[in-house]
Structures are given as structure tokens and as C-alpha cells.
Design a protein around this ligand. Structure first.
Ligand SMILES: *[C@@H]1O[C@H](CO)[C@@H](O)[C@H](O)[C@H]1NC(C)=O
Ligand SMILES: *[C@@H]1O[C@H](CO)[C@@H](O)[C@H](O)[C@H]1NC(C)=O
Ligand SMILES: *[C@@H]1O[C@H](CO)[C@@H](O)[C@H](O)[C@H]1NC(C)=O
Length: 387
């Protein structure tokens, strides 16, 4: 099955994309382990990773990230609405400080330098005021989020206002503050990340009693209410097509050359024609199921959702004459005519390949056990055609 995954990833329209499996099994049985690890490494690269994240024990993904995933993707991970997210990555971070004060710090070391920060949000869970204090003349309070600055570097005050808003005193639930500016500056200089400070004032500007306005902290409250930073970014990755694979990349070459092996020997033509008549002769080009099971691949410990997805694959022949249901390109039509007329030797019938591709989304734990939602283009064959 892995070999199909590889050929799908490469989207190669060659006879080599449909290797005879029995040939490969016989040929590679001695090296199966090696092939498997090379194939899985290549598959990780498709998902933009070098190594599988190490996740220890069972962790719970934040509800916000689960809800976001379910809004963006269906159960199979296929994108429901491609315009919902601006970038292709959403990362969540829990506060590392666990301070008694309303101070927070987030470790952003897993964000790649090349990622473009689009929006950063501080999510705080506002608790109900303590009952003894509920009779109070204040109905609203002013909540301000400050970025803490290194006073030894700048002779300004030690903080910079990021966001400020009026919040009803008696409300309870999540409050979101935009802190994009601060996160951009931390991305430029990691050492400048001294954290955030939240100040609550009355409408008159005096300090509010912090027993009245309380936010859940990672220290004393349930995990589901922990302060969280949500970062929307774009990693600049568009799609993994054949063109984007570096020809000098040894892993890419090693794996993509695997299916081509049967073509290199003198017997390749017979292997191909046998393959053709047995498997494809009767069947016109069509889309068939190809389930990529993350559990089978060994990734279920770090992928939260989906458990797997149907990538589909394109299979079947493209004989003359090509009907419109084969969705042929003009080029394919001409090629099939030349093939049928046998005008030139060695011109094969067109290939049955995906002609529409859909994106999928993955919700997973990264190396630092933060939950990440990532969007991947061109992962599911939407339809097949003769090209
Ligand atoms: C952030 O996390 C990384 C990896 O877990 C760690 O190496 C680094 O020391 C952390 N930074 C801070 C400031 O805690
Ligand atoms: C600190 O001052 C330097 C110039 O003196 C400036 O470039 C930098 O943006 C300042 N940092 C902050 C966080 O305001
Ligand atoms: C690949 O390597 C060759 C020499 O080994 C070099 O000439 C060529 O520019 C490289 N191609 C890429 C895309 O790096």
C-alpha cells in the first residue's frame, strides 16, 4: 500500500506509476524494512516534517483546536471550506509560567523561522466572580494585555499595550485578545519573549479587585480552561508536486526510483503489457478507493485527527476513442489517435491520472506537545481523467 501512496504523492503519469506489485514484493522482500523506512520518511516530508513528533502518554487536545478542526474539515480530514483559514497552519500553545499573577509566557520554539505570522490570539477563560463579591457597583471592567519588555535594553517603561477591551464583570467564558505584534517581535528575537501581563481596571481607571475579575490559570484550574496562545501562520508550502522535489535529494530519488525499476530491464515491456492486459484491459479509467491508514503507518500516537483518509487513486485504460467521460485533454485525444493509427512507434495510450485534487487537514501534536492544525493541498484525487 505504501508504494501506492508514494506514486500518488509523486503524481507521476508514467507506466512506472503502476508497478507490478508481485514484482516489487519479490524484488524487495530482503530490503522491505529499508524500503518501508525510506517510504515513511518521504511521506513525512509530504506532511512537512523531518521526524515523527515524540508524544509521551495520552494527551488531550484543546477543545478550541478540536472545534476548529471540525469546522474546517470533515471526518476524513477533507477541507470543507477552503476560504475559512487565511494561512495553512494553526498552532496552539499552553502557558509555561503557571503564575499566580496574571502573567503568561508561551514557548514558540517549534514555530519555524520561515513561517509567516498572520494573527496571534491570547485566549483567557474568565471565571465567574466569587459569590461573596457579586454585589458590586461595577458592571464593566477594562481588560488590557501588555507585552513585557526588557527594561535594561530600552529605557522605556517595562511594557507595551497590545490590546484592551471592556468586558462585563459578571460574564464567564473565553475572552480573546489580539497579540500579533508581540508574537512577531518574539519571532524576530526569541530572547525578547518575556511574556504577557494582564491588567484589569475599573471604568474610572483604578485597579480592579482581582477577586472580582478572575481568569483561569494553568496552575489551579482544569486543563480545558488553561490560558492559551493561538497562532495562525502560513509556512509558504504550496503543494508537493513532482516539480518541487529536489532531484538531488537522495531520499526523494531513492523512493521515486523504486517503481521505475521494472522499466529498466529488457523484460520491462512484457511486464508492462502483462500488467496492462491483466489489470487494466477491461477497466476504463476511473477513480478507486485508496485508504491511507495512519494507524497502519504507525502515526496514530501523534495524529489526533483524522485516523486516516481516502486519497483515492486513478486506475484503468485510456483506449481510443476517448469519450468525454474520460475527461481527456486535447493532447490526450491526439495522443490516443496517434497510438490507434500506429503512425509512430512507441507512442502509448494516455495515462489515467487525477485531474482534480482536494486538500486535507491534519490535527496533530508537535515535538513540544502543542496541538497543530495543518492544511495540505493536493492530497485527495477528486476525479480521474485521461491525460
Ligand atoms: C522552549 O522549548 C524548547 C523545546 O522544548 C526548549 O529547548 C527551550 O529551552 C524552551 N525555551 C524556554 C525559554 O523555556
Ligand atoms: C527597543 O529599542 C530599539 C531601539 O533602541 C527598538 O528597535 C526596539 O523595537 C525596541 N523594542 C521594543 C520591544 O520596543
Ligand atoms: C544537482 O547536482 C548537480 C551536480 O551534482 C548540480 O549541477 C545541480 O545544479 C544540482 N541541482 C539542484 C537542483 O540542486
Amino acid at each position: 500500500m505504501m508504494l501506492f501512496v508514494i506514486s500518488l504523492a509523486a503524481l507521476a503519469c508514467t507506466a512506472a506509476a503502476r508497478p507490478s506489485l508481485s514484482y516489487l514484493e519479490n524484488h524487495f522482500s530482503a530490503e522491505t524494512g529499508e524500503v518501508r523506512s525510506a517510504a515513511i520518511k518521504r511521506l513525512l516530508e509530504v506532511f512537512g516534517m523531518e521526524d515523527p513528533p515524540a508524544v509521551h502518554g495520552h494527551k488531550q487536545a484543546p477543545q478550541y483546536m478540536l472545534d476548529l478542526y471540525n469546522t474546517v474539515a470533515d471526518v476524513d480530514g477533507v477541507t470543507k471550506d477552503p476560504y475559512l483559514l487565511e494561512g495553512n497552519t494553526v498552532r496552539s500553545f499552553f502557558d509555561k509560567l503557571h503564575s499566580e499573577q496574571v502573567e503568561f509566557r508561551f514557548n514558540l520554539s517549534t514555530v519555524a523561522r520561515t513561517e509567516k505570522v498572520l494573527t496571534a490570539e491570547l485566549h483567557l477563560f474568565k471565571l465567574r466572580p466569587q459569590s461573596t463579591l457579586t454585589f458590586n457597583r461595577h458592571h464593566f471592567c477594562q481588560v488590557s494585555v501588555y507585552q513585557l519588555l526588557d527594561t535594561s535594553r530600552n529605557n522605556t517603561q517595562g511594557r507595551k499595550l497590545l490590546s484592551s477591551r471592556l468586558i462585563p464583570v459578571h460574564s464567564t467564558g473565553w475572552e480573546v485578545f489580539i497579540i500579533t505584534q508581540a508574537v512577531r517581535s518574539w519571532m524576530v528575537d526569541e530572547g525578547s519573549n518575556l511574556g504577557l501581563h494582564v491588567v484589569v481596571r475599573t471604568l474610572g481607571g483604578s485597579m480592579m479587585d482581582m477577586k472580582l475579575i478572575r481568569f483561569a490559570s494553568g496552575r489551579t484550574h482544569h486543563q480545558s480552561k488553561q490560558p492559551m496562545l493561538v497562532l495562525f501562520t502560513d509556512d509558504g508550502r504550496r503543494s508537493t508536486t513532482l516539480e518541487s522535489i529536489d532531484p538531488n535529494d537522495t531520499t526523494a530519488t531513492a523512493t521515486s526510483s523504486l517503481p521505475q525499476t521494472p522499466m529498466s530491464g529488457p523484460s520491462s515491456r512484457t511486464a508492462r503489457s502483462l500488467d496492462y492486459s491483466e489489470e487494466e484491459g477491461a477497466l476504463p479509467c476511473q477513480r478507486q478507493a485508496l485508504y491511507v491508514d495512519f494507524e497502519e503507518i504507525g502515526w496514530s500516537s501523534w495524529i489526533v485527527s483524522p485516523r486516516g483518509y481516502n486519497a483515492y487513486h486513478c486506475k484503468g485504460s485510456c483506449p481510443f476513442p476517448l469519450g468525454q467521460n474520460m475527461r481527456p485533454t486535447n493532447h490526450a485525444t491526439v495522443q490516443s489517435i496517434i497510438n490507434a493509427l500506429k503512425l509512430i512507434n512507441g507512442i502509448q495510450t494516455p495515462c489515467c491520472v487525477p485531474d482534480k485534487l482536494f486538500s486535507i487537514n491534519l490535527l496533530y501534536f508537535d515535538d513540544d506537545e502543542n496541538v497543530v492544525l495543518k492544511h495540505y493541498n493536493d492530497m485527495v484525487a477528486g476525479s480521474c481523467g485521461c491525460h
